[in-house]
Design a protein around this ligand. Structure first.
Ligand code: SF4
Ligand code: SF4
Ligand code: FES
Length: 323
């Protein structure tokens, strides 16, 4: 079968903007997109740049956008893509600077991995003095939730809606990596708390919009968003609430528990806290809402049936019998 591959090309040294080029190729049974790209490069256009190594979905270097979704080219079947979409388009990962064609600059990705301290922080240990006392990790004493399966391909970061609007966001891969060390029982609680303290500040765990795209595109089932939610739970339990995101969750929870409904007059106050600067910042919005009749009575009574709402909260907070 002869197919057209539409590939986004861009050389920042010579091109004003990216453009698409079509390549016709005879494709065989079981061919992957990576094999097709390598043949196009070898047989038709040696100037095409792409990154790959293992060809076995292990190294993470061939992540790119195939038919509009972030995928590993080495484990994406040409035939299945064609059946699903009726065409094959290939582009570099989104929201990362393009070095050339399908090769993106992952410097910021690696900087963020570095930022979350991707190693075990252990106290100065007796095992240095006594080499026989090792730090053991017994089976069943930990749950990494598959976050240790990450191959650092960058697909989740490219798909991330929070990263799209704020490049400073630590991002799904780095936060999943942080969760791996939070789950490690060998790290002392004080160090875990220090970890959480740096993750719950601006551009950290509360920037995630929970769009789930990182979960959808991850080729290794890491589920970064779920890792971020675990980190949020841990931060709240540790009383670390320095950002509006954390205060929003707590304020929302308490309002529903107390009144059975959201109160838009009180919610912004719960998010900004007692900061005069932040209060002044939201004041114009509050006035506009009030003028348009959008501010409910802050002293409104709880809804009818509040007892049932509170019973749901009590039930959700009770430890389950299984645990
Ligand atoms: S769920 Fe959060 S981390 Fe994952 S892609 Fe969406 S915004 Fe990014
Ligand atoms: S979490 Fe998944 S998508 Fe993100 S870098 Fe790791 S393997 Fe790739
Ligand atoms: S070439 Fe290694 S993951 Fe695709």
């Amino acid at each position: 079968m002869r197919l057209t591959f539409t590939i986004t090309r861009f050389n920042p040294e010579t091109d004003a903007r990216p453009h698409e080029e079509d390549y016709r190729l005879e494709v065989g049974r079981g061919m992957t997109v990576l094999e097709a790209l390598i043949r196009i490069k070898n047989e038709q256009d040696g100037s095409l740049s792409l990154r790959y190594s293992c060809r076995s979905a292990i190294c993470g270097s061939c992540a790119m956008e195939i038919n509009g979704a972030e995928k590993l080219a080495c484990r994406t079947s040409v035939r299945k893509e064609l059946e699903r979409r009726g065409r094959i388009t290939v582009a570099p990962l989104r929201n990362l600077p393009v070095i050339k064609d399908l090769v993106v600059d992952l410097s910021s990705f690696w900087d963020k991995i570095q930022e979350v301290t991707p190693w075990l922080s252990a106290p100065r240990q007796s095992h240095m003095a006594h080499p026989s006392s090792q730090m053991t990790l017994l089976p069943g004493s930990y749950r990494f939730h598959n976050v240790d399966a990450c191959i650092m391909c960058g697909a989740c970061v490219a798909a991330c809606t929070a990263h799209e609007v704020s490049r400073a966001f630590l991002g799904p891969a780095a936060l999943a990596k942080a969760d791996r060390f939070m789950a490690d029982p060998r790290e002392p609680q004080a160090m875990k708390r220090a970890r959480l303290g740096s993750l719950e500040t601006e551009h950290g765990i509360w920037d995630c919009t929970r769009c789930n795209f990182c979960v959808e595109v991850c080729p290794k089932d890491v589920k970064p968003m779920e890792a971020i939610i675990r980190l949020r739970h841990a931060a709240l339990e540790a009383g670390l609430v320095s950002t509006g995101g954390a205060r929003h969750v707590i304020g929302f929870f308490r309002l529903i528990q107390r009144q059975g409904r959201l109160n838009e007059a009180l919610m912004p106050l719960k998010v900004v806290g007692f900061s005069l600067m932040r209060l002044l910042h939201i004041l114009p919005l509050g006035i506009r809402m009030w003028l348009k009749g959008k501010v409910p009575n802050p002293l409104a009574q709880p809804i009818v049936g509040i007892a049932q709402v509170r019973a749901i909260f009590a039930s959700a907070q009770r430890p389950s019998k299984a645990s």
